[in-house]
Design a protein around this ligand. Structure first.
Ligand code: PMP
Length: 344
């Protein structure tokens, strides 16, 4: 709809078209130019606004959704928030089946955004009828006219980024981008963006960021699912213990693994050096840039785009809490706590 005098019709008009911001200090020792695609500028403060809006609008176009219908998903993270936000504006019910491991803050945030939250036991297997996967599936089958977003297995997750994030980056870099570095969770962001960019210039290199404890990097290299790769890690939204259908492994050239500890320190460093207060996976993506630079991946004339998926505010009780960092054993003689506050 037409916009007048810079007034937006509603928050959904603000989804996408996020800024590309040059990094100056944190990359000063590295060859090449580095630009961050700061997805926290979406109204829901993450890249997941794009997929929530796109998938819901595709369902509307196909005539699957009518006002009052229900949208279902299995996440307490960014995608849940984005779906809740889109549902409010468009008049849908939003049902989220989440794990009992989700923090009370997250559940309160989703409820505030009008979502109906089913808290499902965390320590049951995925095929247990009480698991959040099974609860979501059951609710979907029982509710006529409901849509199950199923972001890990939905090709529309890739399309959302093919039609928005990819073209934005191409335009913002005036076609000069040489490398894309992005975290891979569902894989939708990296796959859709890479697919679009490689269609413009097949020489662009695409590097995914994966966690130690995730099977994704090994699967990319061998096309085999290696259970031994799987163990617990702390970064949320990055890596996986299954192979998501929303990842197109053919458009990704390589993967880099990053540790919880280094990613956390790099997220804090981003705030201190660039004034960008971003989420934990943005720290992970930036940590991957450090490792790639040290390995000599980038040349003087390269233009590297890094995706920062969400805002730092969602991590106040984790990466940005000195207590949490200390409890994880992440502080040592090199990397210490944030500056003391001064008491008057
Ligand atoms: N970072 C965060 C904070 C996320 O929530 C996600 C989504 N799981 C990602 C990165 C990865 O994005 P994608 O799912 O598109 O691979």
């Amino acid at each position: 709809m037409e916009q007048k005098n810079h007034v937006y019709n509603n928050v959904l008009d603000l989804v996408g078209n996020t800024p590309l911001v040059k990094l100056n200090r944190i990359t000063s020792q590295f060859k090449g130019d580095f630009y961050a695609k700061v997805e926290a500028f979406n109204p829901g403060q993450s890249s997941k606004d794009r997929i929530a809006l796109y998938i819901i609008e595709q369902a509307e176009k196909k005539g699957i959704l009518s006002p009052g219908d229900t949208i279902i998903e299995t996440t307490s993270g960014n995608t849940g928030f984005s779906i809740a936000m889109v549902s409010i504006i468009k008049g849908y019910e939003c049902v989220l089946a989440v794990s009992s491991k989700s923090s009370p803050d997250k559940i309160d945030m989703l409820k505030t955004m009008g979502a109906k939250v089913y808290v499902c036991p965390a320590h049951v297997s995925a095929d247990d009828p009480r698991s959040y996967y099974e609860v979501a599936k059951r609710l979907h089958s029982e509710m006529k006219g409901s849509v199950y977003i199923n972001q890990y297995f939905n090709q529309l997750n890739i399309d959302a980024h093919y039609y928005s994030t990819g073209p934005e980056i191409w335009k913002q870099t005036e076609g000069q981008i040489t490398h894309l570095v992005a975290c891979s969770g569902t894989g939708g962001t990296i796959s859709g963006t890479a697919k679009y960019l490689k269609a413009q210039n097949p020489n662009i290199k695409v590097i995914g960021v994966d966690a130690f404890g995730s099977v994704i990097k090994k699967y990319h290299a061998t096309r085999e699912f290696d259970e031994k790769e799987i163990y617990p890690y702390r970064i949320e939204g990055l890596g996986k213990n299954l192979i998501p259908a929303a990842t197109d492994f053919d458009v990704i050239d390589d993967f880099v693994k990053v540790t919880d500890e280094e990613s956390a320190h790099t997220a804090r460093e981003l705030a201190r050096t660039e004034g960008i207060f971003a989420g934990y996976t943005s720290g992970a993506a930036m940590q991957a840039i450090k490792q790639l630079s040290e390995a000599g991946t980038f040349g003087e004339n390269d233009k590297v785009v890094i995706i920062f998926p969400d805002h730092g505010a969602r991590y106040m009780s984790k990466v940005y809490s000195d207590k949490w960092m200390s409890d994880q054993g992440f502080f040592d003689s090199v990397n210490g706590a944030a500056a003391e506050s001064i008491q008057y």
